[in-house]
Design a protein around this ligand. Structure first.
Ligand SMILES: [Zn+2]
Length: 97
């Protein structure tokens, strides 16, 4: 039985756009609203689906590009970095999941 949720449609699915690639190869992407799982795919096309967690330990390169107070999330699986969607309310430091 086909799940209608995954039915083929000609509407584009929201894609987290690639914002930057750091010198060590880490990708930095823009989340789409309410996105909580990584949408990176490996070479075989398998979805990563790792959990995105608020991350505070970025280095100078990220600070230079996005500011020292940047709100950064990191996939706990493939380490891809995500920036919040501009339409989302910024989360306070106590409300991270
Ligand atoms: Zn991932």
């Amino acid at each position: 039985m086909a799940n209608p949720k995954y039915a083929v449609s000609d509407k584009p699915v929201p894609v987290a756009e690639l914002v930057a690639t750091l010198s060590d190869g880490t990708k930095v992407k823009r989340r789409f609203p309410r996105m909580r799982a990584c949408n990176e795919k490996d070479e075989k096309g398998k979805l990563c689906a790792g959990h995105l967690k608020r991350w505070y330990f970025f280095g100078d390169e990220v600070k230079q590009k996005f500011g020292p107070e940047a709100e950064v999330y990191r996939c706990e699986h493939c380490k891809t970095l995500y920036l919040p969607h501009p339409e989302e309310e910024p989360r306070s430091g106590t409300l991270c999941y």
